[in-house]
Design a binder for this molecule. Structure first.
Ligand code: SAM
Length: 259
């Protein structure tokens, strides 16, 4: 997979070189390229923002530099070849992701869907956001996903992009050391959070590991974990468990929180 991130703060994406993502980059499984939006400005101040039409607080990101930047990176081949070798209208396989507080909420199903895409382009907004014509224009040319990481407002799209990139890329085969880690996690089975997990020592600060986990009895351990998943989901996320227990099973798209 190739991931391009366009931002006015390229240093913000430094964590993408660490940990699992860094290793996936070194192994050639995921290539992350970070671009400075200001490289596509044409004035001496490298201006990326302007006052909002209609008035109001703050500044809005100008469509011009975004158009130039996105045209360049969507045209690049997913294998990571040089941007300059390709004409700007030849792209087609890229999906444009616009992190925005006014988007659909990004969830595990979104991560699973985007993990299938060969080339993702993240456009990180700042100030009061990006001129709305950017999303409108690219919707006619590319798959465009306007996605929110939650019902709160961040200062910029970079941290949201990092969250989404991490959730997406850990689903790509070869990124996690042990692919079995993906099967029993929270949200992987719709409507359920993961059971509590423990490791050595068996007793810590007066708290004991549940005896069943030390019993070696696989059937009893599986039953206990299933019960704990339900109890934890009821306590932490009753909205999820109510969905699962309703009389008629939800459609798959409802189950995955996309309705
Ligand atoms: N005026 C905008 C609004 O009310 O939705 C908020 C702009 S915010 C200060 C600047 C940038 O942060 C946005 O363009 C977007 O890229 C990013 N952002 C803020 N909250 C976000 C969220 N919940 N999910 C994803 N991106 C977010």
């Amino acid at each position: 997979m190739r991931i391009d991130v366009i931002t006015i703060f390229p240093e913000y994406l430094a964590p993408a070189r660490l940990s699992l993502l860094g290793k996936a980059g070194q192994a050639g499984i995921v290539q992350i390229l970070v671009h400075d939006l200001r490289d596509w400005t044409s004035d001496k101040h490298r201006t990326v923002d302007g006052a909002p039409y209609g008035g109001g607080a703050g500044m809005v990101m100008k469509p011009g530099p975004w158009g130039q930047a996105i045209d360049s990176v969507v045209a690049a081949p997913a294998d990571g070849s040089s941007l300059s070798e390709v004409a700007t209208d030849q792209g087609g396989r890229a999906t444009l992701v616009l992190p925005t507080a006014s988007g659909k909420v990004f969830n595990q199903a979104s991560a699973e869907r985007l993990a299938q895409v060969e080339h993702l382009v993240f456009a990180c907004g700042r100030y009061e956001g990006i001129d709305a014509r950017v999303a409108e224009h690219y919707r006619d040319r590319l798959p465009v996903e306007e996605l929110s990481v939650g019902d709160y407002v961040l200062a910029g799209g970079e941290s949201a992009a990092l969250v989404m990139i991490e959730a997406i890329t850990r689903l790509i085969p070869g990124v996690l050391g042990n692919a079995d880690s993906l099967t029993e996690e929270s949200h992987v089975r719709p409507g359920l959070l993961e059971y509590p997990v423990y490791t050595k020592p068996p007793s810590w600060r007066g708290l004991e590991v549940p005896p069943v986990l030390l019993s070696g009895h696989h059937g009893k351990i599986a039953a206990w974990r299933r019960e704990q998943e339900i109890l934890r989901t009821e306590r932490m996320r009753p909205d999820l468990i109510n969905h699962t227990r309703s009389g008629t099973p939800p459609r798959p798209d409802q189950e995955r929180g996309e309705s």
